[in-house]
Design a binder for this molecule. Structure first.
Ligand code: ATP
Length: 404
């Protein structure tokens, strides 16, 4: 492996000033006695790491730990409060879905817009256009404004552009999470090829299995502090154990919580945020009813939104998900409480982790994301001989027909 350093992050810190009300900013600026109207918040605290050429480095950490902030600093979208970043080559970044795209322009126009931003000439983009369209594979939608795209289509186009502009460094922030499995596989394959040809990849994901299978090394950032870095599987093991302990504590706390109490710290910037999630049971048998109750808070009333509940297994793979957008349920006014019920659950033996995402109605922008915020344990039902009724994570409802 080449030893050339492609990204050198040195002692990066990022301090945010948190104002309770927008007016406080002005009050502070005008106060003759320099009275402080804000709280300091260290989103990143003295982070250092290097990424060498042809490495695939995964960044992990719980929600709000600073993963996106460090990526934005590396790509130059944010300036650090202190420290320095040296980048050796052309970066192509897939950060928030939608960043770098103009919603009013068509897919094709956006390809040209993005190509130009990556310093490609019109001729170079003409040359790559077919490749990009083939990879995105979204048919005639490329002639429609991207605001009409589903989040999956959007991810396809954004990804197709990002990898086809031949970057030295590709930075991917959770962008693949919205794509379908087939497309994800295609992207992983393409990224592996890029690395063989000399590219370097920095990759944020909440999926431990994605980091374990895809990355050579991992950097774990927790609450703004670099907790560990090293071989991906080693760091994933440590992180998994950390999450388990953390969730055990959350669960113990959540069973004491009464109705009106907010389970999570209030997020000052979110227009919509999750206040709590409750489960009717945290240990249950296959076949019992499962009920999730999610309560939300709103800082704005005129919003369209969607809620998704994702269930992961212990490896971090998605077992299933429920999403109002995918279920064609329109939410266009503040509703403070939601029940999701699963009758006669089909889960098999194991521990399952829950994430709750609240997004805009296109699932492009996350108002609030709470990953691994709760869990439940399922005990498999046994058959008459005492054997578990099946193996795996899920047993579909089915019927045997004996025909002869
Ligand atoms: N513009 C901002 N002003 C104030 N605080 C901010 C701002 N942007 C981010 N933060 C805070 O900085 C912290 C780090 O945010 P960041 O988005 O980098 O976390 P993350 O690890 O990417 O989280 P997630 O996994 O939820 O995407 C969070 O607590 C967030 O609320």
């Amino acid at each position: 492996m080449s030893e050339k350093t492609m990204i050198d992050v040195k002692n990066i810190s990022k301090l945010y000033k948190l104002y309770l009300k927008p007016a406080d900013r002005l009050k502070e600026a005008l106060n003759p006695f320099k009275k402080k109207y804000h709280n300091d918040y260290m989103a990143l605290n003295n982070i250092s790491f290097e990424v060498k050429q042809k490495e695939i480095v995964g960044i992990l950490g719980t929600n709000g730990s600073g993963k996106s902030t460090i990526l934005k600093i590396i790509t130059g979208l944010l300036t650090p409060t202190s420290g320095s970043v040296n980048v050796n080559g052309k970066i192509s970044a897939l950060l928030e879905l939608g960043a770098g795209f103009n919603q009013e322009l068509t897919g094709i126009e956006n390809i040209y817009l993005n190509g130009t931003m990556m310093n490609l000439s019109k001729e170079e983009i003409d040359f790559k256009l077919q490749q990009i369209l083939d990879f995105a594979d979204i048919g005639d939608f490329v002639y429609q404004p991207v605001k009409t795209y589903s989040s999956g289509m959007f991810a396809r186009l954004a990804f197709a552009v990002a990898i086809n502009v031949e970057p030295d460094i590709l930075i991917v922030d959770e962008a693949l999470a919205v794509g379908d499995m087939f497309f994800q596989e295609k992207c992983y394959e393409k990224m592996k090829q890029m690395v063989q040809n000399g590219a370097t990849i920095l990759f944020v994901s909440h999926s431990l299995s994605a980091i374990r299978n895809f990355c050579s090394r991992a950097v774990w950032i927790e609450k703004g502090i670099l907790r560990e870095q090293g071989p991906a599987d080693e760091i994933c093991e440590k992180y998994k154990y950390f999450i388990e302990q953390k969730e055990a504590k959350t669960l113990a706390k959540s069973s004491d919580i009464q109705d009106s109490e907010d389970q999570f710290e209030v997020k000052l910037n979110n227009k919509i945020f999750m206040k709590s999630i409750k489960l009717n049971k945290d240990i249950l048998m296959t076949g019992e009813d499962l009920l999730f109750t999610i309560s939300l808070g709103f800082r704005e009333k005129e919003l369209k939104y969607g809620i998704g509940l994702i269930i992961y297994n212990e490896k971090g793979d998605i077992v299933t998900l429920f999403n109002t957008i995918r279920d064609d349920i329109e939410l266009n006014q503040p509703y403070s409480m939601f029940n999701i019920s699963i009758k006669n659950n089909d889960f098999l033996e194991g521990k399952y982790f829950i994430s709750v995402h609240i997004s805009d109605e296109m699932a492009m922008y996350a108002y609030d994301r709470n990953d691994y915020i709760s869990e439940f344990r399922v005990i498999s039902k046994k058959n008459l001989r005492g054997l578990p009724i099946s193996e795996g994570y899920f047993r579909c409802k089915h019927q045997w027909e004996i025909l002869d």
